[in-house]
Write a protein of this length. Structure first.
Length: 395
C-alpha cells in the first residue's frame, strides 16, 4: 500500500510593523462616508456585499439594503425547528449561499456549564469558549436568489453541537467550516458538498481545542481550512499559547499540508481570508495587540506580510485587479501614512496592490466588524461604536 506523506511546514510570522515592501510614496488618509440607514443594524449582524446589495445576516433571517440604506428585501430562514444563520457567500451568478446550524427537533436550550478558569501567568486575554448550543447539531445551507427568494435548503447528517463559521462556493462545490463539540473539547469541522447539496463524510481537525474560522475553495477543488488551535495537529505541537493554522486538503479530502503561524508566549489567530489567500488576524503578546496581514501562495508560502498595532480583530476583502483590503482598529501612527496619529483606536481601511504595496488608506468611526467588496458598490465597511453600528462606503 502506498504511503501518504503529509508535509508540515512550521511558520513563525514575526515581522516588523511595516512589511517587506514599503509604499513608494506617502499615503494620506481620507474619511469614508456613512450610509443613512433606514433601519438600525445590531452588533451581532454579519455583512456580505453582493452586486448592488449589502446583505445583512442576523439570527435566523437575512435582508438586503441598497447604497441608499433602504431595505430591498427580507427573508426569514426557518424550517419549523430552531436554527441560526452564521455565514454567507455568493456564487458567480449572484445567488447567495447562507450557512448555519439547526436542531433535529425543537428542544429547550440547556443552561451553559461553568468551566474552570485556566492559569494565565502572562495576562494573555482568554477568549470565551465558542457559544455553541447543544440542540443545534445539523449543518444547514439555504440557497437564496439575489432578489430574496428561497431557492433550496440542504442539510447534512446530524453531528454533535455545531457552529458554522464560514461557507465557500465555486463551480465544483460547497464547503462549510466551523467547530463542533467533542468529549474532550472542540474540534474543527469541514463539510463538503456538491452544488446540489449532497454532503460527503465530514472532516475533523483536532480533538480538544481547534477552531476553523474561514474556508477557501481552490479552483482545483482543494480546500483551505483557516483558523486557530492550541493542540497538536498532524504531529506538529503548539508553539505559542495559541497558533494560527492553515490546513490544505486535496479534492479527495486528504490533508496535504499544514502550517502554524506562531509567536512565543503569544496567541495567534487567523480571522478572515479571501479567495486569493490573503489572510488577516490578530497577534496578542501579553497586553500588546497587533493585526497580522499575510498574502500566501497556493503552496502556503508567504508572499508578503505586515504587522500593525491594533485592538486585534482584522477583516479582509479582495478588490479589483488583484488588490486587497484590510480593516482594523488602528491604535498608533503607521509608517507611510502621513496624517494618521489616532488618540484612540479608530477604524482604518488599507488598500494594497497585487504586489503588497500600501497604496491607499481610509478612516471611519468605531471598530470594524465586517468588510465586503463588489464591483457595483466598491468597498463597504461595517463598524461599531458608542453610537451604534454604522456602514460606510467610499465616496
Amino acid at each position: 500500500m502506498k504511503k501518504i506523506v503529509v508535509s508540515l511546514l512550521s511558520l513563525s510570522l514575526i515581522f516588523s510593523t511595516q512589511g517587506a515592501t514599503a509604499a513608494p510614496k506617502p499615503v494620506t488618509v481620507k474619511a469614508m462616508v456613512a450610509l443613512n440607514l433606514a433601519a438600525p443594524v445590531t452588533v451581532d449582524t454579519k455583512m456580505f456585499v453582493v452586486g448592488s446589495s449589502i446583505v445583512l445576516l442576523n439570527d435566523s433571517s437575512v435582508r438586503a439594503i441598497g447604497s441608499d440604506g433602504i431595505e430591498k428585501w427580507r427573508l426569514a430562514l426557518t424550517q419549523g425547528v430552531a436554527s441560526i444563520v452564521t455565514a454567507m457567500a455568493a456564487d458567480s451568478t449572484g445567488n447567495i449561499w447562507i450557512a448555519g446550524s439547526s436542531a433535529v427537533a425543537p428542544v429547550v436550550t440547556p443552561s451553559p456549564t461553568p468551566t474552570a478558569v485556566p492559569i494565565n501567568p502572562d495576562n494573555v486575554v482568554v477568549d470565551p469558549k465558542v457559544p455553541m448550543r447543544a440542540d443545534l447539531t445539523v449543518a444547514t445551507i439555504w440557497k437564496v436568489s439575489n432578489t430574496g427568494a428561497l431557492v433550496a435548503t440542504y442539510t447534512a447528517e446530524p453531528l454533535t453541537a455545531l457552529l458554522i463559521n464560514s461557507i465557500a462556493v465555486n463551480a465544483k462545490g460547497i464547503t462549510l467550516g466551523g467547530v463542533r463539540a467533542t468529549d474532550t473539547g472542540n474540534s474543527g469541522v469541514i463539510l463538503n458538498a456538491d452544488s446540489e447539496g449532497k454532503f460527503v463524510k465530514p472532516i475533523f481537525l483536532g480533538v480538544s481545542d481547534t477552531t476553523i474560522d474561514v474556508v477557501v475553495r481552490g479552483t482545483d477543488a482543494s480546500v483551505y481550512a483557516i483558523g486557530n488551535s492550541a493542540e497538536t495537529l498532524a504531529g506538529k505541537k503548539v508553539a505559542g499559547y495559541r497558533d494560527g493554522i492553515i490546513a490544505k486538503y486535496s479534492s479527495a479530502g486528504k490533508l496535504t499540508s499544514l502550517i502554524r503561524s506562531s509567536a512565543a508566549k503569544a496567541k495567534r489567530e487567523w480571522l478572515s481570508a479571501t479567495n486569493s489567500l490573503f489572510l488577516t488576524g490578530s497577534v496578542q503578546t501579553g497586553q500588546k495587540f497587533e493585526s497580522a496581514l499575510t498574502k500566501f501562495a497556493t503552496n502556503l508560502s508567504p508572499s508578503w506580510t505586515y504587522r500593525f498595532a491594533s485592538t486585534g480583530a482584522t477583516y479582509s476583502a479582495l478588490g479589483p485587479g488583484g488588490s486587497h483590503f484590510a480593516a482594523f482598529a488602528s491604535a498608533s501612527a503607521i509608517k507611510g501614512i502621513t496624517n494618521w496619529k489616532p488618540s484612540k483606536p479608530t477604524a482604518l481601511l488599507l488598500t494594497f496592490d497585487s504586489k503588497g504595496v500600501l497604496v491607499d488608506a481610509k478612516s471611519a468611526v468605531g471598530t470594524p466588524i465586517a468588510l465586503g467588496y463588489s464591483k457595483d458598490l466598491g468597498i463597504v465597511l461595517m463598524s461599531t461604536s458608542q453610537t451604534g453600528v454604522s456602514i460606510f462606503r467610499l465616496t
